[in-house]
Design a protein around this ligand. Structure first.
Ligand code: SF4
Ligand code: SF4
Length: 484
């Protein structure tokens, strides 16, 4: 099959779901579990023919030399290792000279063992591991099919990744259970897991008056229970959903820790893409002016507009009938992406952080604006808070970059400001506590990280220039852009 499109984009970021929505655990907030009902009576496993058609078309579609092959689910480890060995083989078979391929893989970590981790290491996979925080937070919603917490098994998977020195990032959802624990969650990833790349994703589960009660019970199939197919409809949210403003407070809480200690050492996706946005570069679809280059591929070759819009009215077609590039460039998909800009509310169009935020993801635009206009982002209060709060430090990092100096020097600038303003002012994070006892020196720290014991490490961090993230972490829709 040859694509009809001759003027496609340089590339795009597709999320492939080789086992569809099938998962070996039962996270309460995972609405993707409900997508099983799109394909009733079928075994959700990608065939070899679909795998080869997909990889061949993906590689053919890219004009830029870097291509990301991103696996997600459901839980992709359910496909077994031989499937991914074959995928690497097929990439080598169809890769054009000069094309480089980054493999990414989002997993809940339960099935990871030495064989998996050897394979990831050997082929340079970037693995996204889903963890929501320390045990009591993680186990609030990330449950197995018996309703038991999965923390210990995820930690076994993490140890395996660490022991095999596999590059990994942590994907953490921000939800009702951890929304007030930003700093504790972040410190856990940094201090206990040694994470260098962290990504936060807000949990937003929409519902209507009719579906709310069922939605609150979760999205998995359970005997005798009504089953809903999750769609992006309704202006109510489940009880697991993060608060709109609280999402911003969570991010600010993390930022205040990061900007004092970790710039250039730990990469938080939203912080990186925000800094890039100050230079007019939009690396994440959610805060880009337009989108539409992040389609999702189901196990049978069906392609949808986006991972968040796997529902019948957003199905673009099937790669066995239409080339992937033609599906991505289809008029309805171009419109899907342009609507992100064309349907901004008046409040967004006049917002002082519009150039950074761009109204956020269309899936979250189900609230009313201040003027009562429909289509405002549910997270608006939090997004506005985050972008305004981080502006002085971001601008300082931008100036440092323009002077060809490492952005990590911002930590010295923040330290001088802290000294000037004194320890007993209200903490800038907005907690209402005194700075000294909140993000200052006397803040309660991780038990393995007593007060001030880490100053040598932090000083070292100040000397390290910020490193670019791997493409798959920094670019748009990626291996870990939605809960697996
Ligand atoms: S902005 Fe939202 S709808 Fe658009 S591609 Fe990204 S996740 Fe999908
Ligand atoms: S912060 Fe709110 S008003 Fe401003 S662009 Fe984002 S969603 Fe729109």
């Amino acid at each position: 099959m040859v694509p009809k499109t001759t003027n496609g984009p340089g590339g795009f970021h597709l999320l492939a779901k080789p086992s569809g929505s099938t998962c070996n655990i039962n996270c309460t907030y995972c609405f993707y579990l409900s997508k099983e009902s799109l394909y009733p009576d079928e075994k959700h496993r990608m065939s070899d023919a679909t795998l080869e058609a997909y990889l061949k078309q993906l590689l053919e579609s890219h004009r830029m030399p870097q291509v990301t092959v991103a696996w997600q689910g459901g839980e992709p480890t359910l496909m077994k290792l031989d499937f991914f060995r074959r995928s690497v083989e097929l990439v080598e078979k169809h890769r054009r000279p000069g094309q480089t391929v980054q493999h990414t893989f989002q997993t809940n970590g339960l099935l990871l063992d030495d064989q998996w981790c050897d394979f990831f290491k050997q082929h340079g996979f970037l693995v996204g591991l889903s963890v929501d925080g320390p045990r009591e937070i993680h186990d609030a919603y990330r449950l197995d099919r018996r309703g038991q917490g999965t923390f210990d098994r995820v930690m076994a998977g993490w140890k395996c990744l660490r022991d095999h020195q596999v590059d990994f990032n942590i994907l953490c959802t921000v939800n009702a259970a951890n929304q007030r624990q930003g700093r504790a969650v972040y410190r856990f990833f940094r201090d206990e897991l040694g994470a260098k790349w962290v990504q936060f994703i807000p949990v937003i589960e929409r519902a209507t008056q009719q579906t709310l009660e069922v939605a609150n019970r979760g999205w998995s199939q359970q005997p005798g229970r009504q089953r809903l197919l999750y769609t992006q409809t309704g202006d109510l949210v489940t009880e697991r959903t993060v608060g709109g403003e609280q999402y911003g407070r969570f991010l600010v809480d993390v930022f205040e820790e990061w900007v004092r200690h970790d710039v250039g050492e730990v990469f938080v996706q939203l912080f990186d893409v925000t800094l890039e946005a100050y230079f007019g570069r939009h690396l994440l679809c959610i805060h880009a002016p337009t989108c539409g280059l992040g389609p999702a591929l189901e196990y049978n070759g069906d392609v949808y507009s986006c991972d968040h819009f796997v529902e019948p009215r957003y199905k673009l077609g099937n790669i066995h009938e239409t080339h992937l590039l033609d599906l991505v460039m289809a008029p309805e998909q171009r419109k899907f992406g342009q609507d992100k800009r064309d349907k901004l509310t008046a409040q967004c169009r006049s917002c002082e952080v519009q150039a950074l935020c761009n109204g956020g993801c269309p899936k979250d635009r189900f609230a009313l604006s201040r003027d009562g206009e429909p289509g405002q982002n549910y997270l608006c209060a939090g997004l506005e808070l985050f972008f305004k709060h981080t502006r002085p430090a971001m601008q300082q990092m931008g100036r440092l970059l323009q002077q060809r100096r490492p952005p990590s020097e911002v930590m010295e600038w923040v330290a001088v400001e802290d000294q000037r303003l004194g320890p007993y002012r209200l903490c800038p994070c907005g907690s209402g506590r005194k700075f000294r006892f909140c993000h200052g020196d006397n803040a309660p720290r991780n038990t393995r990280d007593p007060p001030n014991a880490d100053s040598a490490k932090r000083q070292q961090a100040r000397m390290s220039p910020a490193q670019p993230q791997p493409d798959a972490v920094a670019s748009g829709r990626n291996a870990s852009d939605s809960p697996d």
